[in-house]
Design a protein. Sequence first.
Length: 258
Amino acid sequence: AEILRYALKRAVLSQSRTAEARACFLLARHYLNFKQGEEALPFLERLQLLNEELGFQESSLSANGYLVLGWLYGQKCLPHLVLSCAQSASSCHSGTLPESFRSIHLVLQTGSQTGEKMPPSQIALHLRKMLPLLGSTDEHRRLRGAVGCTLSVLCSRHQRYRKATDYLEKVLDEDGQASAEEIINHLVFLSWLYILRRQNMVAVDILNAIIESSQGSRQQLGVAHNMLAIALKRLHDTKRAAESYYKALCISRETGVV
């Protein structure tokens, strides 16, 4: 480490940004190899600044540096800096799938530190960046479905119901490997989104299709009847709404929910 520090000093005195960046990189890697994150932190911070000066701010090296910085800031319980690092890493054009996973991990870790039970809203940026990186394998199709569902939920939380609907409909169109239970869960949520968008007739059509299919569990059927009642009530069809509420109540009693 002393030799590397001497090399860094010489690079600074000679005003060689390239040599300084190389020395910072080697020092940061040295301390990280020995699990000395606190000692590595200033060299890694300086390296990122030098990468920007040298025009490497969008390289894979820079993205990895931000992700390591985010991890170190997480250890120091600095959530805002962690999120900033994750966002900077995602903005790099290197854009690989492992980098997306690492950015998402940083955001989720920050959410758990702050006590959030739902995925943090900041994760949406990284999920959107991940979508075009996913291939056509079965595993990637399943992952694309999970990403789309999460984005749909996040959009609905921020009352962006149109966008939430688009994401969920795309999941239903593309995820041919989903089970009947998963498809019905998606359709129930989709119908709720249409209710929130005041498109109650569309919601009624979806919910009636769920009920008539007889493929859902009793609990799913109860939820569908309850939501159908809400949609019918908004359409001022009081009689059919009351019938659906009654069916939902009967199923709830039968399954022990009430």
